[in-house]
Design a protein around this ligand. Structure first.
Ligand SMILES: Cc1cc2nc3c(=O)[nH]c(=O)nc-3n(C[C@H](O)[C@H](O)[C@H](O)COP(=O)(O)OP(=O)(O)OC[C@H]3O[C@@H](n4cnc5c(N)ncnc54)[C@H](O)[C@@H]3O)c2cc1C
Length: 263
Protein backbone atom coordinates (compact mmCIF):
# COMPACT_ATOMS: atom_id res chain seq x y z
CA UNK A 1 0.00 0.00 0.00
CA UNK A 2 1.29 3.43 -0.94
CA UNK A 3 0.67 6.04 1.73
CA UNK A 4 1.08 9.80 1.54
CA UNK A 5 1.73 11.62 4.80
CA UNK A 6 1.38 15.40 5.02
CA UNK A 7 4.03 16.83 7.31
CA UNK A 8 4.25 20.48 8.29
CA UNK A 9 7.35 22.47 9.16
CA UNK A 10 6.47 24.68 12.12
CA UNK A 11 8.26 27.24 14.29
CA UNK A 12 9.66 25.64 17.44
CA UNK A 13 7.03 26.12 20.14
CA UNK A 14 9.82 26.88 22.67
CA UNK A 15 10.89 29.97 20.71
CA UNK A 16 9.20 33.33 20.86
CA UNK A 17 7.14 33.86 17.72
CA UNK A 18 6.98 37.23 16.02
CA UNK A 19 5.03 38.86 13.22
CA UNK A 20 6.46 40.89 10.36
CA UNK A 21 5.46 44.57 10.50
CA UNK A 22 5.28 44.78 6.71
CA UNK A 23 2.42 42.36 6.09
CA UNK A 24 1.38 41.01 9.53
CA UNK A 25 2.54 37.49 8.65
CA UNK A 26 4.43 35.16 10.94
CA UNK A 27 8.19 35.74 10.74
CA UNK A 28 9.23 32.19 9.99
CA UNK A 29 12.92 33.07 9.51
CA UNK A 30 13.20 34.51 13.02
CA UNK A 31 12.97 31.16 14.78
CA UNK A 32 14.15 27.63 14.25
CA UNK A 33 11.59 25.22 12.87
CA UNK A 34 10.97 21.51 13.04
CA UNK A 35 8.63 18.78 11.89
CA UNK A 36 5.31 19.39 13.65
CA UNK A 37 5.42 16.88 16.51
CA UNK A 38 1.83 15.79 15.93
CA UNK A 39 2.74 14.79 12.37
CA UNK A 40 5.34 12.32 13.66
CA UNK A 41 2.42 10.10 14.73
CA UNK A 42 1.11 10.07 11.15
CA UNK A 43 4.56 9.16 9.81
CA UNK A 44 4.93 6.38 12.39
CA UNK A 45 1.51 4.95 11.58
CA UNK A 46 2.25 4.91 7.85
CA UNK A 47 5.56 3.15 8.45
CA UNK A 48 3.86 0.55 10.65
CA UNK A 49 1.22 -0.19 8.01
CA UNK A 50 3.77 -0.61 5.22
CA UNK A 51 6.05 -2.73 7.43
CA UNK A 52 3.18 -4.99 8.51
CA UNK A 53 2.03 -5.52 4.94
CA UNK A 54 5.57 -5.99 3.66
CA UNK A 55 4.99 -3.82 0.62
CA UNK A 56 4.37 -0.23 -0.40
CA UNK A 57 6.01 3.11 0.19
CA UNK A 58 5.55 6.11 2.42
CA UNK A 59 5.77 9.49 0.68
CA UNK A 60 5.94 12.61 2.83
CA UNK A 61 4.70 15.90 1.42
CA UNK A 62 5.26 19.37 2.82
CA UNK A 63 4.30 22.86 1.69
CA UNK A 64 6.65 25.39 3.15
CA UNK A 65 9.70 27.63 2.80
CA UNK A 66 13.20 26.29 1.94
CA UNK A 67 13.86 25.37 5.59
CA UNK A 68 10.83 23.04 5.50
CA UNK A 69 13.18 20.52 3.89
CA UNK A 70 14.18 19.75 7.49
CA UNK A 71 10.70 18.34 8.19
CA UNK A 72 11.05 16.01 5.21
CA UNK A 73 14.54 15.02 6.31
CA UNK A 74 13.31 13.99 9.75
CA UNK A 75 10.50 11.88 8.26
CA UNK A 76 12.95 10.23 5.83
CA UNK A 77 15.29 9.50 8.74
CA UNK A 78 12.40 7.83 10.55
CA UNK A 79 11.98 5.56 7.50
CA UNK A 80 9.73 7.28 4.93
CA UNK A 81 10.77 6.33 1.39
CA UNK A 82 10.68 9.64 -0.48
CA UNK A 83 9.73 13.25 -0.01
CA UNK A 84 7.99 16.06 -1.89
CA UNK A 85 8.63 19.69 -1.00
CA UNK A 86 6.37 22.32 -2.51
CA UNK A 87 8.16 25.60 -2.33
CA UNK A 88 7.28 28.84 -4.06
CA UNK A 89 7.64 32.45 -2.93
CA UNK A 90 4.02 33.09 -3.93
CA UNK A 91 2.81 30.70 -1.20
CA UNK A 92 3.92 33.15 1.50
CA UNK A 93 0.92 34.26 3.56
CA UNK A 94 -1.36 31.46 2.38
CA UNK A 95 -4.26 30.53 4.65
CA UNK A 96 -5.65 27.05 5.32
CA UNK A 97 -7.79 27.13 2.18
CA UNK A 98 -4.84 27.82 -0.11
CA UNK A 99 -2.57 25.43 1.79
CA UNK A 100 -5.10 22.64 1.30
CA UNK A 101 -5.26 23.43 -2.41
CA UNK A 102 -1.48 23.21 -2.84
CA UNK A 103 -1.24 20.06 -0.72
CA UNK A 104 -4.05 18.41 -2.69
CA UNK A 105 -2.35 19.01 -6.03
CA UNK A 106 0.94 17.76 -4.59
CA UNK A 107 -0.69 14.56 -3.30
CA UNK A 108 -2.26 13.98 -6.71
CA UNK A 109 1.02 14.51 -8.55
CA UNK A 110 2.96 12.37 -6.08
CA UNK A 111 0.56 9.46 -6.63
CA UNK A 112 -0.22 9.90 -10.35
CA UNK A 113 -3.71 10.98 -9.34
CA UNK A 114 -4.58 7.85 -7.32
CA UNK A 115 -3.68 8.09 -3.62
CA UNK A 116 -4.53 4.91 -1.70
CA UNK A 117 -4.32 6.33 1.81
CA UNK A 118 -3.50 9.87 2.94
CA UNK A 119 -2.53 10.43 6.57
CA UNK A 120 -2.21 13.74 8.39
CA UNK A 121 -1.72 14.91 11.93
CA UNK A 122 -4.79 15.99 13.92
CA UNK A 123 -3.59 19.61 13.83
CA UNK A 124 -0.38 21.49 13.31
CA UNK A 125 1.39 22.63 16.46
CA UNK A 126 1.46 26.25 15.26
CA UNK A 127 -1.81 27.03 13.49
CA UNK A 128 -3.72 24.24 15.29
CA UNK A 129 -6.77 24.76 13.13
CA UNK A 130 -7.23 21.09 12.32
CA UNK A 131 -9.06 21.97 9.13
CA UNK A 132 -6.56 21.28 6.36
CA UNK A 133 -7.27 17.51 6.29
CA UNK A 134 -11.03 18.09 5.84
CA UNK A 135 -10.44 20.59 3.08
CA UNK A 136 -8.08 18.18 1.33
CA UNK A 137 -10.55 15.30 1.57
CA UNK A 138 -13.21 17.48 -0.05
CA UNK A 139 -10.87 18.54 -2.83
CA UNK A 140 -9.62 14.98 -3.42
CA UNK A 141 -13.18 13.59 -3.30
CA UNK A 142 -12.14 11.10 -0.60
CA UNK A 143 -13.99 9.99 2.52
CA UNK A 144 -12.38 11.47 5.60
CA UNK A 145 -12.17 10.03 9.10
CA UNK A 146 -10.70 12.23 11.77
CA UNK A 147 -8.87 11.94 15.07
CA UNK A 148 -7.94 8.27 14.81
CA UNK A 149 -6.47 6.85 18.01
CA UNK A 150 -6.35 3.39 16.43
CA UNK A 151 -6.24 2.49 12.77
CA UNK A 152 -6.69 -0.80 10.89
CA UNK A 153 -6.43 -1.20 7.16
CA UNK A 154 -8.63 -4.02 5.87
CA UNK A 155 -9.59 -5.24 2.46
CA UNK A 156 -10.70 -2.03 0.75
CA UNK A 157 -11.54 -0.32 4.04
CA UNK A 158 -9.94 1.62 6.82
CA UNK A 159 -11.36 1.35 10.35
CA UNK A 160 -10.51 3.76 13.11
CA UNK A 161 -11.28 4.26 16.77
CA UNK A 162 -12.22 7.80 17.70
CA UNK A 163 -12.18 8.78 21.35
CA UNK A 164 -14.58 11.43 22.59
CA UNK A 165 -14.97 12.78 26.10
CA UNK A 166 -17.62 10.25 27.11
CA UNK A 167 -17.51 7.52 24.47
CA UNK A 168 -15.35 5.93 21.81
CA UNK A 169 -16.71 5.20 18.38
CA UNK A 170 -15.52 2.89 15.63
CA UNK A 171 -15.76 4.38 12.17
CA UNK A 172 -15.14 2.65 8.87
CA UNK A 173 -14.49 4.23 5.48
CA UNK A 174 -13.81 2.77 2.08
CA UNK A 175 -10.37 3.18 0.59
CA UNK A 176 -8.94 5.39 -0.76
CA UNK A 177 -9.47 7.64 2.23
CA UNK A 178 -7.90 10.46 4.20
CA UNK A 179 -7.31 9.93 7.91
CA UNK A 180 -6.06 12.35 10.55
CA UNK A 181 -4.46 10.73 13.59
CA UNK A 182 -4.04 11.80 17.20
CA UNK A 183 -1.07 11.53 19.54
CA UNK A 184 -2.69 8.48 21.17
CA UNK A 185 -2.25 6.24 18.15
CA UNK A 186 1.37 5.13 18.63
CA UNK A 187 4.80 6.07 19.94
CA UNK A 188 6.85 7.63 17.12
CA UNK A 189 10.29 6.07 16.68
CA UNK A 190 13.53 8.01 16.90
CA UNK A 191 15.63 7.98 13.74
CA UNK A 192 18.33 5.32 14.08
CA UNK A 193 21.92 5.93 12.89
CA UNK A 194 21.16 3.63 9.96
CA UNK A 195 18.01 5.65 9.20
CA UNK A 196 19.94 8.93 9.32
CA UNK A 197 22.55 7.63 6.89
CA UNK A 198 19.93 6.06 4.57
CA UNK A 199 17.93 9.32 4.45
CA UNK A 200 20.82 11.09 2.71
CA UNK A 201 20.25 9.00 -0.41
CA UNK A 202 16.47 9.19 -0.55
CA UNK A 203 14.65 11.07 -3.30
CA UNK A 204 13.21 14.50 -2.52
CA UNK A 205 11.34 16.29 -5.31
CA UNK A 206 10.98 20.05 -5.07
CA UNK A 207 7.97 21.39 -6.93
CA UNK A 208 6.82 24.93 -7.64
CA UNK A 209 3.24 26.10 -8.12
CA UNK A 210 3.76 25.83 -11.89
CA UNK A 211 4.77 22.17 -11.50
CA UNK A 212 1.35 21.62 -9.88
CA UNK A 213 -0.57 23.59 -12.50
CA UNK A 214 -1.45 26.32 -10.00
CA UNK A 215 -1.32 30.10 -10.42
CA UNK A 216 0.23 32.51 -7.92
CA UNK A 217 -3.15 34.29 -7.76
CA UNK A 218 -4.73 31.18 -6.17
CA UNK A 219 -2.49 31.33 -3.09
CA UNK A 220 -0.70 33.79 -0.81
CA UNK A 221 -1.97 36.86 0.99
CA UNK A 222 -4.10 38.17 -1.88
CA UNK A 223 -6.07 34.93 -2.15
CA UNK A 224 -6.46 34.47 1.62
CA UNK A 225 -9.96 34.38 3.06
CA UNK A 226 -8.64 35.55 6.40
CA UNK A 227 -6.60 38.64 7.26
CA UNK A 228 -4.56 39.42 10.33
CA UNK A 229 -5.97 42.83 11.20
CA UNK A 230 -3.63 43.68 14.03
CA UNK A 231 -1.17 42.01 16.37
CA UNK A 232 0.49 42.95 19.62
CA UNK A 233 3.21 41.54 21.81
CA UNK A 234 1.84 39.54 24.71
CA UNK A 235 2.11 41.69 27.87
CA UNK A 236 4.73 40.44 30.33
CA UNK A 237 3.36 38.20 33.07
CA UNK A 238 2.52 40.00 36.24
CA UNK A 239 3.94 38.91 39.57
CA UNK A 240 1.64 36.29 41.13
CA UNK A 241 -0.11 37.03 44.44
CA UNK A 242 1.17 34.91 47.32
CA UNK A 243 -1.32 34.10 50.07
CA UNK A 244 0.17 32.79 53.30
CA UNK A 245 -2.25 30.37 54.89
CA UNK A 246 -2.76 31.34 58.49
CA UNK A 247 -5.93 29.34 58.93
CA UNK A 248 -8.12 31.28 56.52
CA UNK A 249 -6.31 30.30 53.26
CA UNK A 250 -9.37 28.61 51.75
CA UNK A 251 -11.56 31.65 52.27
CA UNK A 252 -8.90 34.00 50.86
CA UNK A 253 -8.59 31.78 47.79
CA UNK A 254 -12.36 31.76 47.29
CA UNK A 255 -12.42 35.59 47.62
CA UNK A 256 -9.68 35.89 45.03
CA UNK A 257 -11.43 33.56 42.57
CA UNK A 258 -14.71 35.36 43.12
CA UNK A 259 -13.07 38.73 42.45
CA UNK A 260 -11.72 37.32 39.16
CA UNK A 261 -15.28 36.14 38.37
CA UNK A 262 -14.20 32.46 38.36
CA UNK A 263 -16.85 31.66 40.98
C1 LIG B 1 4.57 28.55 3.15
C2 LIG B 1 3.58 28.95 4.19
C3 LIG B 1 3.45 30.28 4.51
C4 LIG B 1 2.54 30.65 5.48
N1 LIG B 1 2.49 31.95 5.79
C5 LIG B 1 1.68 32.32 6.78
C6 LIG B 1 1.66 33.66 7.16
O1 LIG B 1 2.35 34.47 6.59
N2 LIG B 1 0.86 34.02 8.20
C7 LIG B 1 0.12 33.11 8.85
O2 LIG B 1 -0.56 33.46 9.80
N3 LIG B 1 0.10 31.82 8.48
C8 LIG B 1 0.86 31.41 7.47
N4 LIG B 1 0.91 30.12 7.12
C9 LIG B 1 0.18 29.18 7.93
C10 LIG B 1 -1.04 28.68 7.25
O3 LIG B 1 -2.00 29.62 7.03
C11 LIG B 1 -1.62 27.57 8.10
O4 LIG B 1 -0.65 27.04 8.92
C12 LIG B 1 -2.06 26.48 7.20
O5 LIG B 1 -3.04 26.96 6.38
C13 LIG B 1 -2.58 25.24 7.90
O6 LIG B 1 -3.31 25.55 9.04
P1 LIG B 1 -2.87 24.81 10.33
O7 LIG B 1 -1.42 24.95 10.47
O8 LIG B 1 -3.74 25.26 11.43
O9 LIG B 1 -3.16 23.29 9.91
P2 LIG B 1 -4.07 22.20 10.54
O10 LIG B 1 -5.34 22.19 9.79
O11 LIG B 1 -4.08 22.30 12.02
O12 LIG B 1 -3.15 20.96 10.10
C14 LIG B 1 -3.61 19.62 10.17
C15 LIG B 1 -2.67 18.76 9.41
O13 LIG B 1 -2.64 19.14 8.05
C16 LIG B 1 -1.31 18.91 7.53
N5 LIG B 1 -0.74 20.20 7.12
C17 LIG B 1 -1.15 21.43 7.44
N6 LIG B 1 -0.37 22.36 6.84
C18 LIG B 1 0.55 21.68 6.14
C19 LIG B 1 1.65 22.06 5.31
N7 LIG B 1 1.96 23.34 5.09
N8 LIG B 1 2.41 21.09 4.74
C20 LIG B 1 2.12 19.78 4.96
N9 LIG B 1 1.10 19.36 5.73
C21 LIG B 1 0.33 20.30 6.31
C22 LIG B 1 -0.50 18.29 8.65
O14 LIG B 1 -0.58 16.90 8.56
C23 LIG B 1 -1.22 18.78 9.88
O15 LIG B 1 -1.03 17.94 11.00
C24 LIG B 1 1.76 29.69 6.14
C25 LIG B 1 1.87 28.36 5.79
C26 LIG B 1 2.78 27.99 4.84
C27 LIG B 1 2.88 26.54 4.50
Amino acid sequence: MNIVVCVKYVPDAQSERTFQESDSTVDRDAVDGLLSELDEYAVEEALKIVEARGEGEVVVVTVGPPAAADAIKKALQMGAHRGVHVQDDAIHGSDAVATSLVLTEAVKKATDGSPELVLTGMASTDGTMGVVPAMMAERLGLPQVTYASELTVGDGTVTIRRDGDTASETVEASLPALVSVTDQINEPRYPSFKGIMAAKKKQVDTWSLADLGLEASQVGLDAAWTTVVTFAKRPPREQGQIVTDEGEGGARLAEFLSAQKFL
